[in-house]
Each structure stands twice: as structure tokens, then as C-alpha cells.
Design a protein around this ligand. Structure first.
Ligand SMILES: CC(=O)SCCNC(=O)CCNC(=O)[C@H](O)C(C)(C)COP(=O)(O)OP(=O)(O)OC[C@H]1O[C@@H](n2cnc3c(N)ncnc32)[C@H](O)[C@@H]1OP(=O)(O)O
Ligand SMILES: O=C([O-])CC(=O)C(=O)O
Length: 371
């Protein structure tokens, strides 16, 4: 048996949801650059789930269907108030609350197309309600109920802040959601597929995926990028901080990628958004420092920024608390997880690879009293 550490380069499944070929990312054949420029997040969700773009009428219906199921059972919101609120990371809260959603869905284990379609809608619509409710509850505020007349991104910001967001913020968040929606067989998507390949339910797959996304080598990197930027504090300190970290072999969050070796095509969009938004907020230093870090890490290590790097200063500029960055990633990526889960169900086989055994051989049994 031969092994590949971290399954690098191993093709573990076929998929028509998204592709990374020669460094170009597409969602069902549509280039991410076109989608970032033209598509709304709801259009992208529809594309990922239905393998085609919606027409006007289909998009209107889809938005309505999403908004109709966006409220979260009151019991779950009440239980959130009993979480040890000042110690709990919002990703842990999200993981727990999504697991609880299954308890309040009598069709949680129903596997038919109709039932899975309903679960997909509920999960997509309710993750933002959970994330924003948790943020408000820990500030001692009441959760804000979703509005049916607002789009997905606008509703997120509305539920977060309790007031209608401005157009620039809505457009920026919408584009960030488009850019994060799917990414072939990344760690959290693979986790979701492994989970549901046992014919477990969609909620279980999403809970497993949230757990995988939370890690700092995956979605958790965006929060840590902002932590690094805050620690550095200003331009003069960038060079000594980064060079010292590199000399100690500390990983710089938001750089490097398992698949992209010539750059992540999503990063340039987020970089430009960071430039624009930090200038609007009057805090261009976050962009300037990010660019400087980018230059140093690229020159010193040949590593390029991934999707998590510039998204940090983008979300910061939108006034979002730093530990909500990864939950926002989940709010977007749940669309991709669901698309992959549905695809896995359609052509399922249990995912069960092998391990090359490296432990001791032929050990003689030693009775307890002799150990
Ligand atoms: C949405 C996403 O998940 S995007 C990724 C988000 N994660 C991050 O930004 C965390 C920082 N980056 C990393 O840890 C890695 O680049 C990963 C996890 C993304 C990819 O990991 P792998 O493909 O396993 O690369 P690996 O960790 O083996 O790195 C290869 C070499 O580059 C170095 N390296 C990789 N990333 C970085 C980094 N960000 N900073 C410094 N050095 C790095 C490694 O230390 C290693 O060096 P070595 O050969 O001297 O030991
Ligand atoms: O694909 C990966 O390994 C990580 C990534 O960029 C993503 O999930 O968006």
C-alpha cells in the first residue's frame, strides 16, 4: 500500500459542482471572475443546487422560498442564552445550534428529494439567523427576526445590527458570499461528503463540515489574519513582525494553498474590495499593511494570499466582530456543502479508505498484573 500525506493530489470523487483546473475556479463551469462581477449570492446558490442559473421568475421564487423558512425555532434562540456566552466561540455556538435544528425538524432523517430540498432551504436560510442571534445575545441584546423583503446579504447585516444596511455594505458582503460559496473538495466539503456517504442526514453532514471549517488551517484562518493585523498595529512594524515570524517558521495566516500554487483567483477580488472599503471607512492602514505583508511573504517564501487573507480587512471594514468572520464563511459555504451532499446522495458509495499500519507487530499479551 502507498500513502499520500494529507491525501495531496488524490482524486477522491467525481463532481460537477465546482472545479479548479489550471488555477481557474468555476462553479458548474462559470468562471468565478464572472460570478463575482455579475451574480448575486442567491443566484449562485441556485446554480450550485440546480446546475444552472435561474431565470428571473425562478430567482424570485427561490428568494421567497428562502426567506419563508429563515426564522429559527424560538427554543433554539432561548437555549443559546444558556450557553456560557462569554467563553463560547461563535463557530462552536453555530455547530451546536445547527445540530439542534435537526431536533426541531421532524423530517430530519427523511431522505426523499422533497425532504432534502426543504432541509437545504432551511439550513441555508437559518444559518445567518443563528450567527446574528448569537452575536446579539452575547451583547445582551434581543435577536432581530429576519425580514422577508430583504435579500440574503442585506438580511444578514440587518439581523446583525438591527438597522437596514447601506448599499455598499450589502454589495460587498454579497460578493464575499459569492466568492466563498464552493471550492471543490476542500476539507470541510470532503468532511460533509464522508459523513453523508454513510447515509446519515443532511444536518449531520453540515454539523461535521462546520467542525472542519472551524480549524485555523481552513476557514478559521480569516479571524487569525485580523488578529495578526491587530497585533502588528501599524505599517512600521509589519516588516520586523513578519520576518521574525518567518524566521521562527510560524505560519502566516491567509497564505499558501494545497491546490493553488500560482495564486488563489478569489484573492484579487477581495484585495480590491479591501482597498475600496478601508478607504471608505477612513482606515486604509488595514489594506496598506495587508499589501505589505503580501509583498514580504511572496518575496521571502513564494507563498501567495488565499481567500482568507484580504477577506479579514473586508469584514473588519464592514464593522463585523472578528470572531464572526469564520461563521460568515460557513453562512456562504453551506451552499456548497449542500450541493455536494445532494450530489453524494445521488451517486452514493460509502467512503472508506485504508491506512498503512505503522504500529508494532505480533505483540505478546501481558496480563494486567504484570504490566
Ligand atoms: C479557505 C481555506 O482553507 S484557504 C487556507 C487557509 N489556511 C491558512 O491560511 C493557514 C496558513 N496556510 C497553511 O497552513 C498552508 O499553506 C495550507 C494548510 C493552506 C496548505 O497546506 P499544505 O498544502 O499542507 O502545505 P504545507 O503546510 O505542507 O506547506 C509547505 C511548506 O510551506 C510552508 N508554508 C505553507 N503555508 C505557509 C504559511 N502560511 N506561512 C509560512 N509558511 C508556510 C510550510 O511550513 C512548509 O514548509 P516546509 O516545507 O519548510 O516544511
Ligand atoms: O480548497 C481548499 O483547500 C481550501 C479553500 O480554499 C476553500 O475551502 O475555499
Amino acid at each position: 500500500m502507498s500513502t499520500t500525506k494529507g491525501l495531496e493530489g488524490v482524486v477522491a470523487t467525481t463532481s460537477s459542482v465546482s472545479s479548479i483546473i489550471d488555477g481557474v475556479l468555476t462553479y458548474h463551469g462559470y468562471n468565478i471572475d464572472d460570478l463575482a462581477e455579475h451574480a448575486s449570492f442567491e443566484e449562485v446558490i441556485y446554480l450550485l443546487w440546480n446546475h444552472r442559473l435561474p431565470n428571473k421568475e425562478e430567482l424570485t421564487t427561490f428568494k421567497k422560498e428562502l426567506s419563508e423558512v429563515s426564522a429559527v425555532p424560538k427554543e433554539i434562540l432561548d437555549q443559546m442564552k444558556s450557553y456560557p456566552i462569554d467563553k463560547v466561540h461563535p463557530m462552536a455556538a453555530l455547530r451546536t445550534a445547527v445540530s439542534q435544528l435537526a431536533l426541531f425538524d421532524e423530517d430530519a432523517d427523511e431522505m426523499g428529494e422533497e425532504a432534502n430540498g426543504q432541509k437545504a432551504l432551511k439550513l441555508q436560510a437559518q444559518l445567518p439567523t443563528i450567527v446574528t442571534a448569537f452575536s446579539r445575545i452575547r451583547q445582551g441584546k434581543d435577536p432581530v427576526a429576519p425580514r422577508t423583503d430583504l435579500g440574503y446579504a442585506a438580511n444578514f447585516l440587518y439581523m446583525l445590527n438591527g438597522e437596514e444596511p447601506d448599499e455598499i455594505s450589502v454589495e460587498a458582503l454579497d460578493k464575499a458570499l459569492v466568492l466563498h460559496a464552493d471550492h471543490e473538495l476542500n476539507a470541510s466539503t470532503f468532511t460533509a461528503r464522508v459523513c453523508v456517504a454513510t447515509l446519515s442526514d443532511m444536518y449531520s453532514g453540515i454539523v461535521a463540515a462546520i467542525g472542519a471549517l472551524k480549524g485555523p488551517l481552513h476557514g478559521g484562518a480569516n479571524e487569525r489574519v485580523m488578529k495578526m493585523l491587530s497585533e502588528i498595529g501599524d505599517m512600521e512594524k509589519v516588516e520586523p513582525y513578519i520576518k521574525d515570524a518567518l524566521s521562527r517558521k510560524v505560519k502566516i495566516m491567509g497564505f499558501g494553498h494545497r491546490v493553488y500554487k500560482n495564486g488563489d483567483p478569489r484573492a484579487k477580488h477581495l484585495r480590491e474590495m479591501s482597498r475600496q472599503l478601508t478607504s471608505i471607512t477612513g482606515e486604509p492602514k488595514w489594506y496598506d499593511m495587508s499589501v505589505k505583508i503580501d509583498e514580504i511573504v511572496t518575496n521571502e517564501k513564494g507563498l501567495l494570499p488565499n481567500v482568507d487573507f484580504y477577506s479579514a480587512s473586508v469584514y473588519h471594514s464592514l464593522g463585523i466582530e472578528h470572531d464572526l468572520f469564520t461563521p460568515i464563511f460557513a453562512v456562504s459555504r453551506v451552499s456548497g456543502w449542500i450541493a455536494h451532499i445532494l450530489e453524494q446522495y445521488e451517486n452514493n458509495r460509502l467512503i472508506r479508505p485504508r491506512a498503512e499500519y505503522t504500529g508494532p507487530d505480533r505483540q505478546a499479551w501481558v496480563p494486567l498484573e504484570n504490566r
